[in-house]
Design a protein around this ligand. Structure first.
Ligand SMILES: C[S@@+](CC[C@H](N)C(=O)[O-])C[C@H]1O[C@@H](n2cnc3c(N)ncnc32)[C@H](O)[C@@H]1O
Length: 223
């Protein structure tokens, strides 16, 4: 497992980017209580996480926005995992989690998905769960994922998105500025559209709830 001291200054890329610094500050603030805040929701999310990880192919897998490491129990044993996150407080908890699961051989480090310090076309699968609601420039982050995944590799995303219905969609737009200040998440992100704008190829989308808010998205860098 990498330690921060082995890396160049991890804040160097985004300290000048106000929106990214703000996102980081919000997650840093809630990191000590994040798992407790999410406890009830996690009962709903867990089967979706488990489902996503069944599709992961290795051997080289990147998890973007690993957070406190809620996906780690599903990380395939035969895969070499790389996991990044923007927020030191979240990553510290993820590292403890990795240690308790004896995953110290995996590579966890601070990084911004908008500017990944990784070579191109090296991962067989890139995974991200509930991250693109908070990345300040999601299209740039998705482009970066498209860059680091192999041309024949897969991109698996579990995301909540703006519900595409007149009243509730407008309500989400109205509440979004308040909620983002509380927990860093923009509840009205149009992530499917952002994936297309980023030039990724969507193979399949599975709606996980009746309202179309939670989606499992299967994509590739190109068709
Ligand atoms: C809602 S949490 C989800 C964490 C985890 N993926 C999960 O499923 O529980 C969002 C995470 O994305 C991270 N994040 C936000 N913007 C990011 C960025 N630009 N690059 C990398 N990680 C980012 C945050 O630090 C936070 O840990």
């Amino acid at each position: 497992m990498r330690t921060n001291s082995t890396l160049p200054d991890p804040t160097a890329n985004y300290v000048s980017d106000e929106a990214t610094a703000l996102t980081r500050a919000r997650y840093q603030r809630i990191s000590p209580v994040y798992d407790r805040i999410e406890l009830l929701m996690e009962r709903r999310f867990r089967p979706w996480r488990e489902k996503l990880w069944q599709f992961v192919c290795g051997p080289r897998v990147l998890e973007v926005g690993v957070g406190t490491g809620k996906n780690m129990e599903f990380w395939p044993l035969n895969c070499k995992m790389t996991a990044i996150d923007l927020t030191p407080g979240m990553l510290d908890i993820a590292r403890q989690h990795a240690k308790s699961l004896k995953r110290q051989q995996d590579d966890l480090f601070l990084s911004d998905v908008q500017h990944l310090e990784l070579p191109s076309a090296i991962f067989d699968t890139v995974v991200s769960t509930f991250v693109f609601c908070s990345v300040p420039d999601p299209v740039q982050g998705l482009r970066e994922i498209g860059r680091v995944v192999r041309p024949d590799g897969q991109i698996l995303l579990l995301e909540h998105v703006r519900i595409d219905r007149p009243v509730i969609g407008t309500l989400m737009d109205f509440l979004a500025p308040v909620i983002v200040r509380l927990n860093g998440a923009n509840i009205n992100r149009r992530t499917v559209e952002n994936i297309r704008i980023a030039g990724l190829h969507i193979e399949r989308i599975e709606d996980l709830d009746d309202m179309g808010m939670f989606k499992l998205i299967f994509a590739r860098a190109r068709a």
